[in-house]
Design a protein around this ligand. Structure first.
Ligand SMILES: N[C@@H](CCC(=O)N[C@@H](CS)C(=O)NCC(=O)O)C(=O)O
Length: 329
């Protein structure tokens, strides 16, 4: 675990001293957009036109942020158009590496690098910042388009539609305000909330974070007791952004991040919703429980210094979800 400072690697853990024990996630640095015609997106510069085979996605199967991008790649029929490299689940003193001695870790298919930081340095030799997944790489301009998952999924949602012929829209205009409202709380209290709970280094920071996680899960359970998906009868980006955290919850966050007031399987509606989305065509192919159980317990030495991997309960993600009953007639 570490970061780049002026292009040099420094092996340091997150600094929580300056924030009273609270974990603060840093902003992503590469914020360009792939668009259908290469025009600039909402941030960054233009020149990244959607083309088959031009872009490459670097992911970890452990990482919930990277998982979102893989989910959208599946949903939007992009698997033949954007290829993928998968890092090794262990993130130790060198950060993410391309070791291949774990099932599903592919190595760097583009450059045969040993470490993900080499990919960042190729794009920006004097880079200062964290070396995170996901990364969307442009083979043509030999640079990083984006390392912000929330924006990569928006690109995947529409930029390649004329190439794939897939017009599904998970961020439809009439629902955008509602999706943004859901995303804001789900990001802060759930997606990032579990990290704030797990990485807290004071009781107070932990208490604040963990209660926010479960208050938000209670709120989501209530929504899902009334509608099939978060915004109603139609699955949207808000659902897909919530799912990666829920997939990891009982297997990892409950124990490792001390999010243990309840398990997901204790919330009947949320659990039914989670099974339905896991069983959605293409999704289970990008859910690798072995990568996340290994990554978190093995990599976070400050939380689990002996790197012992727990056995975990067996959970049947393929059991019937029973959510059809919630669909409006
Ligand atoms: N805002 C980024 C966050 C990505 C992120 O934090 N990824 C984690 C893995 S789950 C990572 O690579 N961490 C390495 C580090 O912080 O050094 C996104 O959503 O794309």
């Amino acid at each position: 675990m570490g970061l780049l400072v002026d292009g040099e690697w420094h092996d340091t853990w997150y600094d929580t001293k300056s924030t009273g024990g609270a974990f603060k996630r840093s902003e992503s640095q590469f914020r360009n957009w792939v668009t259908a015609d290469g025009r600039p997106g909402p941030s960054g510069e233009g020149g990244f036109k959607a083309e088959s085979g031009r872009y490459h996605l670097y992911v970890s199967h452990a990482c919930p942020w990277a998982n979102r991008t893989l989910i959208f790649r599946q949903l939007k029929g992009l698997t033949d158009h954007i290829d993928v490299s998968v890092v090794h689940p262990d993130m130790l003193s060198d950060g993410w590496t391309f070791g291949t001695d774990f099932p599903g870790a592919t190595g760097d298919r583009l450059f045969r690098s040993d470490f993900l930081r080499e990919v960042y340095l190729r794009a920006k030799p004097d880079m200062t910042g964290r070396v995170t997944v996901p990364v969307l790489w442009d083979k043509q301009r030999d640079t990083i388009v984006s390392n912000e998952s929330a924006e990569i999924i928006r690109m995947f949602n529409s930029a390649f539609d004329s190439i794939t012929g897939d017009g599904q829209d998970f961020y439809p205009e009439p629902l955008r305000a509602e999706i943004d409202r859901l995303n804001a709380r789900i990001y802060s209290d759930v997606n990032n909330g579990v990290y704030k709970s797990g990485f807290a280094t004071t009781q107070e920071a932990y208490d604040t974070a963990v209660h926010a996680v479960f208050d938000a899960l209670d709120w989501i359970e209530d929504i899902l007791s009334r509608t099939r998906y978060l915004t109603g009868d139609r699955v949207t980006e808000a659902d897909w952004r919530l799912l990666p955290t829920i997939l990891r919850f009982d297997a990892v966050y409950h124990l490792h991040f001390k999010c243990n007031r309840n398990r997901i399987i204790d919330f009947p509606n949320l659990w039914g919703w989670a099974k339905e989305l896991y069983q959605w065509p293409g999704i289970r192919d990008v859910v690798h429980f072995d990568h996340f159980v290994r990554h978190y317990h093995y990599s976070h030495e400050t939380i689990n210094p002996h790197r012992i991997i727990p056995i975990n309960p067996a959970i049947d993600w393929d059991a019937p979800h029973g959510r059809e009953a919630l669909q409006a007639a």
